[in-house]
Design a protein around this ligand. Structure first.
Ligand SMILES: [Zn+2]
Length: 423
């Protein structure tokens, strides 16, 4: 028997939040749609089979921290390329970094962050995200692309292929996140990974739009233009990546529906409040407290702090069952210059300031500084970078005259020194 699985889309609302700070649904999945619920059931049966088969041995993705390379595509309408400022989809690097940081805190249940919880069923998802340091052609990269396109707003129903045609990296190798100005009332969109599940016939699976599309004001945590309460802690992306990894809303998109996770309490419906207050359900005749802290609810960003053990088990299975996700995980192992400690590469040395760039590789978000000395030992440039991930710093931004220089990059007690020729 062949089971046709159409792709499942998740659309999320924003505009009311923008205007009135009212709680709104993040994603416009249909409620009580028999076709959708049947898909959830069929997919979850496959996952169950997989889990039974693998219960006595470690699956390939079960026992390690998985690292997912991310490319952030900024699509903007500023022909002058201006970065940052109100109403500008061409958001700053800092706003992007603030988002990457949040998803790492949330997916690692990181101590001393908002992503930590002490719930007995709370899981460290053991998934980390890093801005890709190599582009599809193997060149060093910041993992950020910036593209001008002469269009003010984009429609999540009709413009996905257009957006992908502006900028796209192979979704078998990278998690594509497109950041742009979404029209009407949507926060974002993501695609369930089940379109290419082993054992289920593909239908309507478009690898060019496999990723996350997100409004530039819902991307990041209280940095740049990410200040729209209650969606200003970067949790829309945590939630959307949850769908991209195969998680279902906690209420299963039906009254007391099934999210196929036993450790998330049965839930009547989504949490549509502006407050972090307890909400209760009566499903199967028993009154239980909703897990409003779950990232797969619609709670305000500031309430969220938990993925559960069963959600983790589901994601780990899906990362092995979905061909595209499996390829991405395997490929990422070769993509990593993912440094275990500070490492520095000068790109195109020697070259003109326009083409000369410093690639700083770091194991995590760190404070570091860049000093450039001339041959007489005089300090020409001193720049500090607070709480940065590994990235590429352009010398063009430092207006440095031609000559031979000494570059020194410091990160805590670690440092790297190199000679640098500017033509
Ligand atoms: Zn959702």
């Amino acid at each position: 028997m062949t089971i046709q699985i159409a792709k499942i889309l998740f659309f999320c609302f924003l505009s009311f939040a923008r205007l009135y700070a009212q709680p709104v649904p993040r994603c416009a999945t249909k409620q009580n749609d028999p076709e959708l619920l049947e898909k959830y059931r069929v997919i979850s049966e496959k996952i169950k089979e997989y889990q039974v088969l693998n219960s006595n041995r470690n699956s390939r993705v079960n026992d390690e921290i998985l690292k997912i390379p991310v490319v952030v595509h900024i699509i903007h309408n500023n022909s002058n390329g201006r970065i940052g400022g109100d109403g500008n989809p061409n958001i700053t690097d800092e706003q992007i970094f603030s988002q990457i940081k949040v998803i790492n805190e949330d997916y690692r249940r990181k101590v001393n962050t908002l992503g930590f919880n002490i719930d007995p069923v709370g899981a460290d998802m053991e998934i980390e995200f890093f801005l890709a340091q190599t582009d599809p052609s193997g060149e060093p990269s910041t993992g950020i692309t910036r593209s001008y396109f002469n269009k003010n707003q984009y429609d999540v129903f009709n413009d996905l292929e257009l957006i992908s045609s502006i900028s796209y990296w192979d979704s078998n190798r990278y998690l594509n996140i497109w950041v742009l100005d979404l029209a009407s009332s949507y926060l974002g969109y993501s695609e369930f990974p089940t379109a290419d599940f082993d054992g289920l016939e593909l239908e309507d699976s478009n690898e060019f739009t496999d990723g996350i599309f997100i409004d530039y004001e819902a991307f990041g945590k209280k940095t740049g233009v990410a200040f729209n309460s209650p969606y200003d802690y970067g949790r829309t992306v945590t939630h959307e990546i949850g769908h991209w990894l195969g998680l279902i809303h906690t209420w299963g998109d039906a009254f007391c529906g099934d999210d196929y996770c036993n450790d998330t309490p049965p839930t009547e419906r989504e949490n549509l409040t502006n407050f972090c207050k307890p909400i209760f359900s009566r499903c199967n005749g028993t009154r239980t407290r909703n897990m409003i802290e779950n990232y797969m609810d619609y709670s305000p960003d500031s309430c969220m702090n938990i993925f559960t053990q069963d959600q983790k088990g589901r994601v780990r299975a899906i990362l092995d069952l979905s061909k595209r996700r499996r390829r991405l995980i395997n490929y990422s192992k070769f993509l990593l210059p993912y440094a275990s400690k500070l490492d520095v590469k000068i790109l195109n040395n020697p070259n003109t300031p326009q083409n000369l760039k410093i690639q700083v590789l770091l194991p995590d978000f760190k404070d570091f500084s860049i000093k450039i000395y001339d041959l007489l030992g005089r300090e020409i440039i001193y720049q500090e970078y607070k709480d940065y991930p590994g990235t590429i710093i352009s010398i063009a931004d430092m207006s440095i005259p031609p000559g031979l220089y000494i570059l020194r990059v410091n990160e805590n007690e670690n440092y790297v020194t190199q000679r640098m020729m500017v033509l």
